[in-house]
Design a protein around this ligand. Structure first.
Ligand SMILES: [Zn+2]
Length: 60
């Protein structure tokens, strides 16, 4: 059974209802990066935010 990766913005303290999931961590990070750019005006995710994001990613 393949793992699923999911992430919710609120899990890193954002007041944002965005959540997403993907079949791989790579795909998930791509979706998060796109969202961060479009919704949070982050052209790139800095290292501190990235480690928070990675800690908040859930697998099931
Ligand atoms: Zn968000």
């Amino acid at each position: 059974m393949a793992k699923k990766y999911s992430f919710a913005c609120k899990d890193i303290g954002m007041s944002c209802g965005f959540r997403t999931n993907a079949a791989s961590e790579n795909e998930l990070m791509g979706k998060i990066a796109e969202h961060a750019k479009a919704a949070h005006n982050m052209a790139s995710i800095d290292a501190a935010t990235m480690s928070k994001v990675k800690a908040a990613v859930k697998t099931e």
